[in-house]
Design a protein around this ligand. Sequence first.
Ligand SMILES: [Zn+2]
Length: 173
Amino acid sequence: MEHVCHFCVRRPDMRQRTFYEDEHWFACLAAPPNLRGHAILAAKSFGECPRTLTAGILGGIHTALAEVARVLTVHYRPKHVLFASLRVKDPHIHLHMFPVTNEQEEEWRKRKGAGYDSGRFLEFLGDQERDSTSAHRFERERNGWTDEHERLAYADALSSEVAALTKIAKTKG
Ligand SMILES: [Zn+2]
């Protein structure tokens, strides 16, 4: 079966989670999120799925990335805005963005213990992903949800956050 690119299709629940959009890029909250405020900034597709890191496809990313980082900063008051792009499962050009608060960082460093007093944020993201994957698996089993049920439930649960982010995005920084 051919892989359906959900960033190209942009199903209604993804549109519902979208809080930023310009000519070339859009940003939505992830469903389910790995941590509060986990956002995805994706290239828009014009006819075909944008999968190569060409200057054309990356056009305008500086504006979109700066703007989404501003929106996340205003809303979540993080200490850091981390971002990462791996694109192994979904080759469509996209970045994951994570506003990380001081409390989240401190709690994690305390849990990890010796040797974790600074840096190591790739591990931080890995730990968040692993913890959230198991928590969400448990939640799906408990509720009898399919992946689609889960996305729809998160689109509803995140609607007030999306509304607040959209409002900030419309107020130009
Ligand atoms: Zn695509």
